[in-house]
Write a protein that binds this ligand. Sequence first.
Ligand code: SAM
Length: 464
Amino acid sequence: MRKKSKCCTFARNKLLKEVLPVDFIENMRSELGSEADALFQVLEQEPQTSIRLNDKCDVVSFDVDSDEVPWNEDGYYLNGRPSFTLDPLFHAGCYYVQEASSMFLQQVLEQYLDTDSVVLDLCAAPGGKSTLISQYLGSDGLLISNEVVRQRVFVLSENVLKWGNGNVVVTHNQPVDFGEGCKNLFDCILVDAPCSGEGMFRKDKDARSEWSSKQVTVCAERQRKILMDVWNALKPGGLLIYSTCTFNRQENEENVEWVRDCLGADVLSVDYDSYWGITEGNPGYHFYPHKTRGEGLYICALRKYESFFTPYKIKLQKRVVPGDASVEREVKKWLLHPEEWAIKQSDRFLSAYPMRYKELVENLSTFLTCLSSGFGIGEWRGKHISPQHSLSMSKALRRDVFSSLSLSLEQSLSYLRTEALMPVENLPSGPVLVCYDDVPIGFVKNVGNRLNNLYPNEWRIRKL
Ligand code: SAM
C-alpha cells in the first residue's frame, strides 16, 4: 500500500510540473484574451539562455548569437546552453548568466538614476541585478546588496566579489532593519520581490506545482509588508524600482497602485523601442515570453514624493580604530588608484572599500550584519600579508606588481578544483597571479618545490 501511494504521489507531482495550473490559465485568459494561447505555447518551449558581460573582460569562450539583447548593450543571447562550470572565465566573473528580461533594469537606471547614488538592492540573491547595478554605479556610487535568507547570502557575496567592482556592501538583514535604521538614506531602492514565479514556468518546472491562487495572495501580502518596512529608508524624491517575475495584477499593478496611493509616490514612465515587444501594464511594464525574448518580468519605477526631510541619521556610532599605516601602504601598492580606497584592518583580514563612502560604510557596519564591505584585499599568514582571492577578481587590481602565470584550460580547471599545481621553473617565489586567456582567475603561492593553491575552498568546482 505504502509503495503504491508513494508512486501515485510521484506521478501526480510529475503531472503537476508538466501542466499549467488551471486557475493560472483562467487568470491569463482574462488578462490577455486570445493572446493567452501564444503565452501557454511558449511556456512549453526551451528557455532562452543569455549572458551579460562584465566590463573587466573583453573575451568570452563561446559563440554568442548575432542577436544582442536589445535593451542592454552588455547582454547577448547564446546558441544553446554551454557548460559554464567548464569555463574558467565564468569563475573569473567575466559574465553573469542572466535571463534577458531582467537586464531591462539598465534602462530604468540610465533614465532615472545618477551614478553617484547610494542604492539598496533589498532582495538581492543570487546577485544578477546587484552585479548590473554595481557596474552601472562604477566608482561613483555605493550599493548595499541585501539578502534575508542565510543560505543565499553566500552565493550573493561570491557573485558580487567575482564581478569585482568593490563598491558593494553585502548585508544579511530584514527590510525593517533598513526602514528603522537608515531613514532617508537611499537615493534608490530596488525591491525585486519574492513572488509566485509565473514568469519562471518554463525555466523552472517546480514553480508550476508550487503555484496556487492562495499562494499569489500570500506573496502579494508579503510584498506589501516588504515595501512598507523599507519605505522610510528611501529619501523623499528617491527612486523605487519594483519588480517581480510573475504576471498577475495582484502582485504587480495592485501593489504598485498601493505604493503610489498609500505610501506616496509618482509612477514614472520608462522609454523603450516598440520592437522590443514590451507590454505596457497599468501601471508598469510586462515582459511576456511570447512577445519578448526572455522570461517573464514585471517592472515599475516610482518617485517618492518630495518633502522636507532631515538627512539620514545612523542609530549607533562606534569609533573605528585606525589601522597600522605601514600595513595600509603595503597593501595599497596592489591597487590601481590607491587613493580611492579605504582599508579596514581586522585581526586577520584586510578589506578595501571606496574612500568616498568611508564614513557611511563604517557606520552601516555598526548596526547591519555585513558579510563583506568592498573586497578582501589581503590576509595575514604568519608575519606576511598574502593577497586574497577577491583581489584577483577586482577591477582595482594592479596586475604589474605580481608575477603571473598563464594556465591552459586543463590546468585552470585543475586550479579551480583546488588541486596542487606542478612547480614552474624560473618563477619568483611568493604570490603569483594565475591567468586563463590573460584573465586573472586567482593566486598561487610559489614555495619553490610546489605552488600552493590559494583558490577559496568554498568556491571550488566540486564535480565536472
Ligand atoms: N534580485 C535577485 C537577482 O536578480 O538575482 C533575485 C531575487 S529573488 C526574485 C527574491 C529574493 O527575495 C530571494 O533571494 C529571497 O530569498 C528573498 N526574500 C524572500 N523572502 C523575503 C522577505 N520577506 N524579505 C526580503 N527578501 C525576501
